[in-house]
Design a protein around this ligand. Structure first.
Ligand code: ADP
Length: 457
């Protein structure tokens, strides 16, 4: 169930205030009623004592009451009294409302609209004094109505003010929501005003801005990626088209047709390479295809993969050296082999005649470290943070001419990270680069760390 913050705030506030007002008003009324009752009781008790003191037994006349007449007359105005002897016979009675006989129990009691005090007099007599408390009751009823009215008035006012304060307090949340609502995918540049938000909401506003920042960066990356991908694919398509158009312009010799078809084939192969790379990355982005992991002996894998690139290295006049210490990781062998291929072929391609590539595999601090160091052209410092981005190339023309589309390192990094590892690079322009892959070693490799496999030049 969705609950409104303002509703619950007001609910709690109202309930608490009602309880406080009820306790306060109830206490006030109870105290007033007790004071009124105590006043009446004192008055009645005084009269009863006066009667008891004035009661005298005369053997000839019987019981005599030596009281001033005005006292007895006063008793008649809404008040009454009664005196009975030990046998329960009436001695004197005055005023309207006096009972026929005593109750037999001394003390204070209420009877209908009367409050009465009954006391024991001399010689077993009983003295009763009472009076109507209708005026006091009426006064108390008026007081009760006033307390109740005032309480309800205060409650209503407090709820109104509370509601206004709650609305005012929550207005910035609504402002933020409205500002957030104005942000569209076309305009991710809008940001919430963090400084202008109340202190409690600043964290929320800056978290929202940070999320927008990441979203905007992701959208920008996506847009650049699409533009780069189209651009990359357009080049081979233009080559195929230009080749076909030029071949069709007039009759050609079989040799010319063969060259044209070879050029088309190279362009198609390049396109296939780009499309495969894109597909790999798209699957990686979608989180498709969990790795089919198994223990992989990395030393033979690195050796064999490097061996496949030896001919290319030799053709470019680059020396390729591999030193592999046995190490086991938990992963997918074809993917790990692709990592080695990408790094070593880059090291060979971005090298120069007479240069060297050193591939080293060794356990280090509970991890397995693969280093591919070359003495090639190196990477400029400003380009270094970008080499793992898709379609990034330090020198697009030179890279393309060497067959690269700038996807190799992005795929390599994805594979390494999917294996729970990390990929880093150090490079100095004109001196060479070193790419380092660190992978978590599996149990076996940590236990059976043995000496290096002999190096092959
Ligand atoms: P490509 O397919 O273009 O080689 P990569 O993603 O493998 O794409 O590499 C991205 C860019 O990083 C390359 O275009 C190149 O400029 C640079 N690079 C990669 N490896 C090396 C290296 N060993 N030495 C110098 N530059 C490199």
């Amino acid at each position: 169930m969705r609950r409104s913050i303002r509703g619950s705030l007001l609910g709690w506030y109202g309930a608490l205030l009602t309880a406080v007002l009820a306790a306060f008003g109830g206490g006030l009324f109870w105290q007033a009623a007790a004071a009124v009752r105590a006043g009446v009781d004192a008055e009645l008790d005084g009269r009863a004592q006066a009667i008891v003191a004035a009661l005298e037994w005369d053997p000839r006349e019987g019981w005599e009451l030596d009281l001033r007449d005005d006292f007895l007359r006063g008793a008649g105005e809404g008040a009454h009294f009664g005196i009975w002897d030990a046998g329960g016979r009436e001695v004197r009675r005055g005023g309207a409302g006096a009972p026929e006989r005593p109750s037999g129990r001394t003390g204070v009691r209420e009877r209908g609209e009367y409050r009465e005090v009954e006391r024991a007099g001399p010689e077993g007599t009983t003295v009763l004094v009472g009076r109507s408390i209708a005026p006091e009751r009426a006064r108390l009823a008026t007081l009760r109505a006033r307390v109740l009215g005032a309480g309800l008035g205060v409650l209503a006012l407090a709820l109104l003010v509370g509601g206004w304060i709650a609305r005012r307090g929550l207005a910035p949340v609504e402002d933020l929501a409205a500002a957030a609502g104005r942000i569209t995918e076309r305009d991710l540049s809008t940001r919430l005003d963090v400084a202008g938000a109340p202190a409690e909401l600043r964290g929320l506003a800056s978290a929202f801005n940070a999320a927008l920042e990441r979203l905007a960066a992701a959208f920008a990356r996506q847009a650049r990626f699409t533009a780069d991908a189209s651009h990359e694919l357009r080049t081979p398509v233009s080559i195929i088209r230009a080749q076909a158009e030029s071949a069709l312009r007039r009759d050609r010799t079989p040799e010319e047709y063969r060259r044209t078809l070879e050029a088309c084939l190279r362009a198609a192969e390049r396109m296939t390479g780009i499309l495969e790379g894109l597909l790999r990355l798209a699957r990686a982005d979608a989180g498709d295809g969990a790795l089919a992991r198994a223990p992989v002996e990395l030393a033979p894998l690195v050796e064999e993969t490097t061996a496949l690139l030896r001919a290319d290295a030799a053709a470019r006049g680059v020396g390729l050296r591999c030193t592999a210490t046995p190490a086991t990781v938990h992963g997918e062998a074809p993917l790990l082999s692709e990592v080695v291929t990408n790094l070593v072929s880059n090291a060979v391609r971005y090298n120069r005649p007479g240069g060297r590539v050193d591939v080293t595999l060794a356990p280090r601090n509970g991890e397995v470290e693969l280093r591919v160091a070359d003495t090639g052209v190196g990477i400029p410092a400003d380009a270094l943070p970008h080499v793992f981005e898709r379609f990034f190339r330090v020198d697009p023309a030179r890279s393309r001419e060497r067959g690269g589309a700038g996807l190799g390192l992005a795929i390599t990094r994805w594979i390494v990270e999917a294996h729970g590892g990390s990929l880093g690079v150090e490079s100095r322009e004109g001196e060479g680069s070193t790419f380092t892959v660190r992978l978590p070693a599996s149990e076996g490799s940590r236990r059976h760390g043995v000496g290096p496999v002999p190096a092959r030049a």
